[in-house]
Ligand binder design. Structure first.
Ligand SMILES: Nc1ncnc2c1ncn2[C@@H]1O[C@H](COP(=O)(O)OP(=O)(O)OP(=O)(O)O)[C@@H](O)[C@H]1O
Ligand SMILES: [Mg+2]
Length: 386
């Protein structure tokens, strides 16, 4: 996409850019970036490379350092150590307005006394862009976020979703090298949030703009991103495609934080061509690379609820379980079961369709088996209670 700020002529902001052609260059690079607040370390030597045109999401619980990382990229805060490159240039000492970054915050941060058009054009006026061009680019940006004709309104005359679109238009109008968004939809209700996610993804694809999106909502991260960076306590735990993060988590934190999961106690019994894990009185075989523990160790098995099959008791049964309750979720049902062989551990199985309710009433006994693809195991974190 075009990144020059003031030269004419330029393609309109709505022009599709060849995303695939621009891939391959590194848009943002962080090398061992460390940030302290007093004695506390908010970011521990974070390294990350984001390709041009990529949509990368920083995902993690509150306080893990997502906003701090975004602020360092934007130049609103200074790293105590390490280097940051944008478009191949070292920007560690470059002030925010020279970094060519568009930013959207959670709380919109629109100027209340300015009209929508003035808000959107703000960054262009600061850059000394000629008036006629500002008018044209503001109109294009408003059309991009589907707010044609709203230019003269004040922010207070808009809904939350519309205000957030103005914030997005204001960030995009400068044709940023990188678009940063910090929990931009968290103040919106669920439906609006979903439609804004789709619109943002659509706009991002059209423009091919490199995007770093922050959220603590794992479904938002999985549905929108080319790659997800999972963070906790100032550390990057895993970087990967949504599929890899979900299906091949590298540590217990990622396995537990991303997606719903059952955590079951087991023991790593032996290893030949595959790993053999004892689970209650049964043995489960897994590809050895899905188990991170020493043979003989107690392990926690992480099993996705959609990867547990329920059927009649039989030779394929791994665990026998009794239905305790159902949680109806609209598009699926979570069936919670007691598993006597696992002591106090209760697990839940996800099934689609209402027939699951009648097939597995409370008190029914089922034989459970697991899809190995949906299971991984790590050395147990806490000693199991006898
Ligand atoms: N200006 C500051 N002064 C002191 N500590 C700070 C400052 N800003 C952030 N912190 C601390 O740094 C850590 C990371 O904060 P950060 O705002 O980056 O978290 P976050 O992942 O964005 O969380 P949330 O999801 O709640 O927005 C937290 O422990 C926070 O208390
Ligand atoms: Mg934050």
């Amino acid at each position: 996409m075009a990144t020059a700020q003031t030269q004419l002529p330029e393609p309109p902001i709505t022009a599709p850019s060849p995303v695939s052609a621009s891939r391959g260059n590194v848009a943002v690079q962080l090398d061992k970036v460390l940030k302290r607040f007093g004695d506390a370390i908010a970011l521990h030597e974070v390294s990350l490379k984001i390709q041009e045109g990529e949509f990368v999401t920083l995902l993690g619980p509150s306080g893990c350092g997502k906003t701090t990382l975004l602020n360092l990229m934007a130049g609103f805060a200074e790293a105590d150590n390490g280097e940051i490159f944008i478009g191949g240039e070292l920007v560690t000492a470059t002030p925010p307005y020279q970094r060519e970054i568009g930013i959207v915050f959670q709380n919109y941060a629109l100027f209340p006394h300015m009209s929508v058009a003035k808000n959107v054009g703000y960054g262009l006026r600061m850059r000394g862009v000629p008036k006629a061009e500002i008018t044209q680019r503001v109109e294009q940006a408003l059309a991009l976020v589907k707010l044609q004709g709203y230019g003269e309104r004040k922010p207070r005359e808009l809904s939350g979703g519309q205000q957030q679109r103005v914030a997005l238009a204001r960030a995009l109008v400068i044709r940023p090298k990188v678009l940063l968004l910090d929990e931009p939809f968290s103040a919106l209700d669920k439906n609006l949030r979903l439609s804004m996610q789709i619109e943002l993804k659509d706009i991002q694809r059209k423009l091919g703009v490199t995007t770093v999106f922050v959220t603590h909502d794992q479904s938002e991260a999985l549905s929108m991103s080319d790659r997800v960076v999972v963070m906790s306590a100032g550390h990057v735990r895993q970087i990967g495609t949504p599929d890899a993060i979900y299906r091949r988590p590298q540590d217990p934190f990622v396995a537990g934080f991303v997606g719903d999961v059952n955590i079951l106690p087991g023991r790593y019994v032996s290893r030949d061509e595959s790993a053999c894990l004892a689970l209650g009185d049964s043995i489960l075989r897994l590809p050895a690379e899905r188990v991170q523990a020493d043979v003989g160790a107690r392990v926690d098995l992480y099993v996705r609820p959609e990867n547990i099959r329920m059927g009649a008791l039989g030779p394929d049964t791994l665990l026998s379980a009794t239905v305790v309750t159902h949680v109806f979720q609209g598009d699926h049902v979570d069936i919670h079961l007691d598993v006597p062989a696992l002591g106090q551990t209760r697990l839940f199985v996800r099934q689609s369709g209402l027939q699951a309710l009648s097939r597995w009433p409370v008190g029914a006994v089922a034989g459970l088996s697991f899809d190995a693809e949906g299971v991984c195991a790590f050395a147990a974190q806490a000693p199991s209670t006898p």
